[in-house]
Design a protein around this ligand. Structure first.
Ligand SMILES: [Zn+2]
Length: 148
C-alpha cells in the first residue's frame, strides 16, 4: 500500500504511450518511437516553453529540469525533431516508449547517449556518474521525468 500512496496521479498518459512488451511488430513498422527523454525534451521546450539554456533568476530551464548539460539537451531535442519529422514525412505513428507507471510518478534515473537505454535509480543525481548497464558506456546522463 505504501507504494500506491507514493504515486502521483496527474492525469492518464496520452494513448500513444506504450509498454515496450505490448507493442507488436506490425505496429512497430508503421511507427517512429520516441524515448521518454526525447518526448520530455519536446514537452519542456515547445509545450511548457521553458528557456533552453540560461534562465534568469533561478528560472526553470529545459536542461536544468532534465538534469543534463545544454549541449546534451540540444542533442536530445534534435533527435526528437528528426524522428517527428520522419513521422510526418513518411506518415508514421509516433509512439513514446514507457508506460503508465513511469509517467505517473517521478522518474529518477539515468539515460545512455550511446545506446539510448533509460533506467530508474532512486539514488540518481547529477553528481553521481555511472556507466550504462546495457552497453557499459560512460556517456550517461541524469534523467528526471516529472509527471505530465
Ligand atoms: Zn548504453
Amino acid at each position: 500500500m505504501g507504494r500506491r500512496t507514493r504515486m502521483r496521479f496527474v492525469r492518464p498518459p496520452p494513448s500513444n504511450f506504450y509498454f515496450p512488451r505490448d507493442i507488436d511488430n506490425s505496429l512497430k513498422d508503421k511507427s517512429v518511437i520516441l524515448t521518454i527523454a526525447e518526448f520530455e525534451a519536446m514537452r519542456l521546450k515547445h509545450y511548457r516553453n521553458l528557456p533552453q539554456g540560461e534562465g534568469e533568476h533561478g528560472q526553470k530551464t529545459c536542461s536544468g529540469t532534465m538534469g543534463v548539460s545544454q549541449p546534451t539537451f540540444s542533442r536530445i531535442l534534435d533527435k526528437a525533431h528528426q524522428k517527428v519529422t520522419q513521422a510526418l514525412v513518411e506518415g508514421k505513428n509516433i509512439l513514446i516508449s514507457g508506460g503508465n507507471i513511469e509517467v505517473k510518478e517521478i522518474f529518477n534515473g539515468y539515460g545512455c547517449l550511446n545506446c539510448g537505454a533509460e533506467w530508474k535509480d532512486e539514488l540518481a543525481s547529477k553528481n553521481r556518474k555511472i556507466s550504462c548497464p546495457n552497453c557499459k558506456s560512460e556517456k550517461t546522463y541524469h534523467l528526471i521525468k516529472e509527471p505530465l
